[in-house]
Design a protein around this ligand. Structure first.
Ligand SMILES: Nc1ncnc2c1ncn2[C@@H]1O[C@H](COP(=O)(O)OP(=O)(O)OP(=O)(O)O)[C@@H](O)[C@H]1O
Ligand SMILES: [Mg+2]
Length: 578
């Protein structure tokens, strides 16, 4: 696989025709630039020295025409380059974004949002800058150098060689510069990602920061990271600023050397004055590319460093992929079977040998201490993680053989931490079913007992929630996310601790509503309150990732184990409170 430079260049492939047009225009451009000094030499030799004044106007007219044509070509070429670079940026950004959508949950467990954002903005911009400006600069400078070299050699090989005396020195300095600056750029990119991640996390968690009065600590941490970035940036600037004038000096030395050498040759009668004037016109074209070497190396090094991380994300594969022969059941009924399921996060085994058969329409309550694996158990249903052994069947098909989207569309998942988008309440509820009419949204809200607070808010269902809009209480958020899950009319509903912030009476009402709406639907309820689970068809109690107890409320009470202990604890605390 191509890496770094080759891979960036390959991005131009789909645009090669347009790119070719731009390069051709630039070629014509450079040819016009190469012709002008020759015409100037003729003005001096033919018009001024030999007195052929008839030639003055045609020669000046030609110089003027070439200059105007060059301006026009430059404009068209610049437009084409910008179009290509914006198209590539668009493709890369959407490509990465679409790719991220395909990544499994485990990816988002490990990678931080700030870092991903940094790849999508700063790094992408460096690659864009390279494609738009640097590739062109390399091409133009190479042509200028080669063209002026040929033309100068034709006019005066001696003067040309005088100019080139500095070339090896400039090449050596440029090589050293590249070696020095690349690692610094890599560190800067990394540090940028650190800063972005820190800022994103701090701003998102600002409520916690303020609640614990840790502003000073966060400021200090951020300042430290920012200072590190400053140091690295200064280091890069220092390298850059010490090389740039040095390179300038070396290439500028070419001009006096040439003039002195040329003047000597004119005085010795080995060159006419017109040729010297003409040759001087090429000095800039020959030396400027040498001056540009440092800038080109700088931009190329930045682009390569940026692209490494950018492509790293693009190349990450998802291990949760739909199989080629994936299938969907003729009808989703919500029959769930865990058959000796074992699951680990990395090395940490969280669920061990789980066996559970949930018939369509049944309600299963999952109980257990915190960290016992309840959320993990229900997460496996939508194949957000793959199990290590055993099999998990939904309507008779192993989830690894299911078509992913239809499977997930049939699971209404109210996650433990209800995330809502900064959008209207209506659109938040409608998220899983964008074409749902308002009546259906309102019905779902009623089922989740969210209708009252929504209707009481100033803009009703059009109220914007989240960052810029109205804040919601914990219970209101939970009810909105229950409505969102109910609206998709799922075959399996998962309520992961989703009424923990709702008062007992409302919770009871929600459950009653759900019962009638989700008749014949399979429901998984994770809850801590006995009142929420005692009517379930099956109650399972997890302990250390294993099912320690299972049965109906009455059976578990009779068993007198963990469940009965929980009931007793809750009863006694209720009595104490009373
Ligand atoms: N994304 C993850 N990556 C690694 N380990 C995880 C991840 N999510 C959970 N765990 C670990 O797996 C174990 C089970 O977590 P899980 O969230 O399933 O517990 P839970 O029973 O739902 O707890 P709670 O009642 O607090 O919600 C915990 O020890 C937790 O640290
Ligand atoms: Mg949980």
């Amino acid at each position: 696989m191509k890496t770094g430079f080759g891979r960036i260049i390959a991005l131009l492939k789909p645009h090669r025709k347009l790119f070719g047009v731009a390069l051709t225009l630039e070629l014509v451009n450079i040819i016009t630039r190469l012709i002008v000094p020759r015409l100037t030499a003729r003005v001096v030799n033919d018009v001024i020295t030999d007195g052929l004044y008839d030639l003055l106007y045609p020669l000046c007219g030609a110089i003027l025409a070439l200059t105007v044509a060059r301006a026009l070509f430059t404009y068209i070429r610049a437009c084409i380059f910008h179009k290509i670079s914006q198209d590539i940026t668009f493709d890369l950004r959407t490509g990465l974004y679409d790719h991220l959508q395909e990544m499994p949950w485990a990816f988002f467990d490990k990678n931080r949002v700030g870092e991903i954002m940094s790849r999508m903005t700063g790094d992408l911009n460096n690659v864009r800058n390279f494609l738009c400006n640097t590739t062109f600069s390399i091409y133009m400078n190479l042509l200028c150098f080669a063209g002026s070299f040929v033309f100068m050699m034709f006019m005066s090989p001696e003067v040309t060689l005088m100019v080139l005396v500095m070339a090896p020195v400039i090449a050596l300095v440029a090589w050293k510069f590249n070696k020095k600056i690349r690692p610094v750029f890599r560190e800067i990119r990394e540090q940028n990602a650190v800063i972005n991640t820190r800022a994103q996390e701090d701003l998102a968690g600002m409520h916690v920061v303020k609640a614990f009065a840790r502003e000073d600590y966060e400021e200090e941490r951020f300042n430290k990271d920012n200072r590190d970035l400053l140091t690295k940036n200064l280091q890069a600037t220092w390298i850059w600023s010490s090389f740039l004038p040095f390179m300038d000096l070396l290439s500028s030395l070419c001009t006096p050397i040439t003039l002195a050498g040329g003047a000597l040759m004119v005085s010795l009668g080995r060159m006419d004055i017109g040729t010297l004037v003409g040759v001087t016109g090429y000095i800039w074209m020959l030396t400027n590319p040498m001056r540009q070497v440092a800038g080109i190396i700088n931009a190329t090094a930045q682009a390569i460093t940026s692209s490494e991380k950018f492509f790293y994300y693009c190349d990450l594969g998802s291990d949760i992929r739909e199989r080629e022969d994936a299938e969907s059941p003729a009808e989703f009924r919500g029959h769930v079977v865990f058959d000796h399921v074992t699951f680990s996060y990395g090395d940490k085994t969280v669920l061990k040998d789980i066996c559970l058969d949930v018939q369509p329409g049944q309600t299963v309550a999952v109980m257990g201490a915190t960290g016992s694996g309840k959320s993990t158990l229900v997460t496996l249903l939508g194949r957000y993680y793959d199990i290590q052994s055993g099999s998990l069947l939904v309507d008779g098909i192993d989830v690894r053989r299911h078509k992913l989207k239809p499977l997930r569309k049939h699971i209404g998942f109210v996650q433990q931490e209800a995330f809502l988008f900064s959008d209207t309440i209506e659109d938040n509820i409608r998220y899983g079913k964008p074409d749902a009419p308002h009546e259906a949204v309102a019905r779902a809200a009623r089922t989740a007992r969210a209708d009252e607070f929504i209707e009481a808010s100033p803009q009703g269902y059009d109220t914007i929630i989240g960052e810029r809009g109205m804040g919601l209480s914990g219970g209101q958020r939970q009810r909105t996310s229950i409505a969102r899950a109910v609206l998709i009319d799922p075959s399996i509903l998962i309520l992961d601790d989703s009424t923990s912030a709702v008062d007992m009476e409302t919770e009871y009402e929600i459950q009653n509503e759900l019962k009638s709406v989700l008749k014949d639907r399979t429901t998984f309820i994770i809850a801590h309150r006995i009142s929420s689970v005692k009517n379930a068809d099956q109650i399972i109690v997890l302990r250390d990732g294993e099912i320690a107890e299972r049965g109906k409320h009455s059976e578990l009470m009779q068993l007198g184990g963990i469940y009965a202990g929980m009931v007793a604890d809750q009863m006694s605390s209720a009595v104490k409170v009373a």
